[in-house]
Design a protein around this ligand. Sequence first.
Ligand code: SF4
Length: 330
Amino acid sequence: MDTLTELNRKGYIEESIDPTLDLFEEIEKLKKEKNAIVLAHYYQEPDIQDIADYIGDSLGLSQEAAKTEADVIVFAGVHFMAETAKILSPEKTVLLPDLKAGCSLADSCPPHLFKKFKEKYPDHLVITYVNCTAELKALSDIVCTSTNAVQIVESLPKDQKIIFGPDKNLGAWVAKKTGRDLVLWNGACMVHEIFSREKITKLKERHPKAKFIAHPECEESVLQMADYIGSTTGLLKYSINSDASEFIVATESGIIHQMEKASPGKTFIPAPPNNNCACNDCPYMKRNTLEKLYLCLKNGLPEVTVPADIIERARKPIERMLEISAKLGL
Ligand code: SF4
């Protein structure tokens, strides 16, 4: 089977790797050789975070993708993030270590259904959370992230009618924070919906001094218990600046690596899911491994492409978000 057929089937390059190779060194060599940078999301495994040139959440990663001078961007994250990088830097080669690193939230909003939904509200402006496909972004007026969603809604006139998608939990939280009546698409992230209010209550009883911090993609019943709600970067900053020494963290567990590095004396406890699985690990994010990243950089595959007409239409709402964020100093 040739490499491309194999790639289509598996989503990544499979090749045996000499076990004596130091992959950290090899990746550094390849980055120089190919003028490549590695952008990694906080939810990636620790080894990938440690080899990355830039680690961040969706807003930071988009800002970085827009300004990089590298020829090749290796995106250690999920497919919609690599698409966003391609939209912002169409002349660059954007690689994703595993093409099947998708997103349950992006999947919960098929563009053809959203288009029909949008047609029911012709006088509404469409704000979409960056966690969606390029095609959905192309149907939007402004894109947002969890870092800037509240400010973006607040930047619009009070009487502006708004559709918010695809995450209903983030949308409900933004509606509450801004006092606006948003029309919500009924989508959600499987990782952030899994936290158990009951188990968190018990954990809080065992750790009475711990601060409970949560991402706004969590359900309202979980957010009600939180001492702080914020984006992944917001949660990281809060854990650094807080006097507390223990934190119960309700988001994907990958962020704990950065929290522990930034505050070595503090304890971080992942919030428990409502069953016994490791469900607060995003199975899509965790499809990327250091080995796949090395092979992807070495072979220049898999590459993420976006049709030119979608790039043109999706670029405007993303740039609008970046402009508003820059104005607000986010
Ligand atoms: S954590 Fe949720 S929203 Fe983020 S990539 Fe995974 S499935 Fe998508």
